[in-house]
Design a protein around this ligand. Structure first.
Ligand SMILES: O=C(O)CNC(=O)[C@H](CS)NC(=O)CCC(=O)C(=O)O
Length: 270
């Protein structure tokens, strides 16, 4: 594993596939110009709209999202995480799918979101992700990159389930992806705390690309895409505008923290 720059991209995706892909490519180019070798895109990077419109366009969104990821990875010669896009199961449901693509455009890893956001929030907004999303049934994978370290996948609401990240740590993760479209309401109180907790308890880097701002109707996201180090230090925070949070992933720092705080070696139950 080498030292390298990694980027957590922050977007305001809307119900317009082409427009979102233009924004994503601009932000990927910005990150690459700043030296990023690993670029992560948030949940819903390619489409964020009403459930019925997402389902109606799911096949097109899926094929254009995957083609986009493969194309930009090769164009910029970087590893890219597409943090979540719909892949049809049938005419009513999709998997919320995260895809990791290498610099040659090859698929390195894929994960179908397991925990679905079915919540009635105090701000009056109701979310029923399971109405259109089929829950994945497989634990996420860790991709063993020789250069970038062991990369663990997850998506958004998963962050509230620490056992999923303990599994990734058990599988040797050095960097954990938490791409998200966290709501403005929950994000203001929970986003940073949950991310720092996952970094600290697993002594891992966290790359958390995020959605921000108003998407459509009442749908609004918290923003604050972040890079967090294995001690829980926030290395970069994209604030509340579209942009890029970029920071160094350093194996020496990782080893230092794991030597100073060997909590993973003190696990008793799992
Ligand atoms: O619906 C889609 O197309 C893709 N899925 C999402 O954007 C989901 C469901 S609305 N959002 C979250 O999981 C936010 C979780 C969150 O905000 C929290 O845990 O507080």
């Amino acid at each position: 594993m080498k030292s390298y720059l990694a980027a957590a991209v922050q977007m305001t995706s809307v119900p317009d596939l082409e427009k979102n892909l233009v924004q994503a490519e601009e932000l990927i180019e910005l990150a690459v110009r700043q030296g990023a070798e690993l670029v992560t895109l948030p949940e819903n990077f390619s489409y964020l709209g009403r459930e019925e419109d997402k389902i109606a366009q799911a096949a097109a969104i899926a094929s254009k999202s995957e083609k986009f990821l493969r194309t930009v990875a090769q164009r910029f010669q970087v590893t890219i995480l597409g943090g979540g896009f719909p892949v049809p199961v049938d005419e009513r449901k999709v998997y919320n799918t995260a895809l990791l693509i290498g610099p040659s455009g090859e698929e390195l890893a894929c994960y179908q979101k397991v925990h679905l956001f079915d919540v009635n929030l105090p701000d009056g907004n109701t979310y029923h992700e399971s109405s259109t999303v089929q829950a994945g049934t497989q634990l996420p994978v860790v991709y063993p990159s020789t250069e970038l370290g062991h990369l663990g996948l997850s998506i958004c609401y998963d962050v509230r389930f620490p056992e999923l990240y303990r599994h990734l740590a058990y599988k040797g993760a050095d960097v954990m992806f938490i791409p998200a479209a966290f709501t403005a309401y929950t994000g203001k109180d929970h986003w940073q705390i949950l991310l720092q907790a996952r970094a600290i308890e697993n002594t891992c880097y966290i790359l958390a690309p995020a959605q921000t701002g108003k998407h459509y109707a009442l749908r609004q996201s918290h923003g604050h895409a972040m890079v967090i180090d294995p001690w829980g230090v926030i290395l970069a925070d994209a604030g509340d505008r579209p942009g890029v949070a970029i920071a160094e992933i350093n194996p020496v720092r990782l080893e230092q923290v794991r030597r100073q705080m060997p909590s993973l070696q003190h696990r008793v139950f799992v």
